[in-house]
Design a binder for this molecule. Structure first.
Ligand SMILES: *[C@@H]1O[C@H](CO)[C@@H](O)[C@H](O)[C@H]1NC(C)=O
Length: 266
């Protein structure tokens, strides 16, 4: 008797489970395929290194990321020649670099983020010291990153490089600077293509305000936004995808603080 009841129960339970799966299936809308950044082809360039093993001299830099370790970039970073840097729009892009055709090569591949500019030096020949002079593509890598691909004694090595998607933990990060009438935002921890083309800010009492590119990875709005929760909308430089990060900063936001969104590029 007991086993018969249990049997009925099992059949019933299976039906209910099956039913709910069907209901779930019927109500489930397939999301639009998200834009995913794909790696580029491998190309030829050269790489050198700067700083020492601690990579302390790579902190700061022309992207404005400040302390690269506390801001999540670590020591796998590079200063890129102005041809790559594109006036700061390349900030945050990720590259895989491997040494090619040099006795100094090791087998490793380094994945680095562009965090700095390697400026031209026109007092040096482009093929003898003026490595970052346009139109050269050059990676001046943090020393720990360079040591993953070659012996540092090499000084300079030919490399193969390609753009790869940036794998970041969590959402976009927005670091606030400026003053009461001017909001300067550094955008960090950008996934996917890693770069930003345009940006907008919206306070709870304003519409979407276009922000202009300041330097590196920073964007500015000349507006009084104090006391309002802030949302941001960003367009990727490479993929042109736009995403919106709602209520990133609460109404009592402050300059000097960094706020993290829930969304990111992929
Ligand atoms: C450019 O190269 C010259 C010659 O080596 C050097 O003296 C100078 O400091 C360099 N300038 C910069 C900005 O690195």
């Amino acid at each position: 008797m007991a086993s018969w009841v249990f049997c009925i129960f099992l059949i019933f339970a299976t039906l209910v489970t099956f039913d709910s799966v069907l209901v779930y299936g019927a109500g489930y809308t397939v999301p639009r395929a998200p834009t995913v950044y794909r790696p580029s082809a491998w190309r030829l360039a050269h790489a050198t290194f700067y700083g020492d093993e601690s990579a302390s001299s790579t902190m700061g830099g022309a992207c404005g990321y400040g302390n690269l370790v506390t801001n999540g970039y670590g020591t796998n970073t590079a200063a890129v020649s102005s041809t790559v840097f594109s006036n700061g729009y390349a900030c945050g892009q990720c590259y895989q670099i491997k040494c090619a055709q040099s006795p100094w090569c090791s087998k490793g591949i380094a994945t680095v983020t562009a965090t700095n500019l390697c400026p031209p030096n026109w007092s040096k020949n482009s093929n003898s010291g003026g490595w970052c002079n346009p139109p050269r593509t050059h990676f001046d890598m943090a020393k720990p990153a360079f040591m993953q691909i070659a012996q540092w004694k090499a000084g300079i090595v030919p490399v193969m490089y390609r753009r790869v998607p940036c794998v970041r933990k969590g959402g976009l990060r927005f670091s606030f600077q400026g003053n009461g009438y001017w909001l300067l935002v550094y955008v960090m921890n950008v996934g996917g293509a890693g770069d930003i083309k345009s940006m907008w800010v919206k306070g709870t009492k304003t519409g979407w305000l276009s922000m202009s590119h300041n330097w590196g990875a920073s964007y500015q709005a000349f507006a009084t936004l104090r006391g309002q929760a802030l949302s941001f909308r960003l367009t990727s430089y490479t993929t042109k995808q736009t995403i919106t990060a709602y209520n990133v900063a609460p109404a009592n936001w402050n300059l000097g603080l960094t706020y993290q969104a829930k969304v990111n590029f992929h």
